[in-house]
Design a protein around this ligand. Structure first.
Ligand SMILES: [Zn+2]
Length: 76
């Protein structure tokens, strides 16, 4: 009998680091911090369940298309 079940997170299945919920939505990048993170290969997401905001690595090109309008000019 297996007592320790490893948490299985499938690739592409995004979960909130706080509540492990799957109701994760893209968060609009705002401010220099998000811009820097994006430049570093991370994009903001937030959990609609608990409101936790966090960063994920930019997925391989493909899923990243269709993200909506680019926020060009947002940084002054
Ligand atoms: Zn959450």
């Amino acid at each position: 009998m297996v007592t320790k079940t490893p948490i299985h997170i499938l690739p592409g299945e995004l979960r909130c680091p706080r509540c492990f919920g799957k109701d994760i939505v893209p968060s609009i990048a705002q401010g220099v911090r998000d811009w820097v993170m994006r430049w570093a290969g991370k994009i903001p997401r937030h959990c609609r369940f608990c409101g936790k905001r966090f960063y994920i690595l930019v997925p391989e090109a493909g899923e990243f298309a269709g993200q909506g309008p680019d926020e060009k000019g947002a940084i002054d």
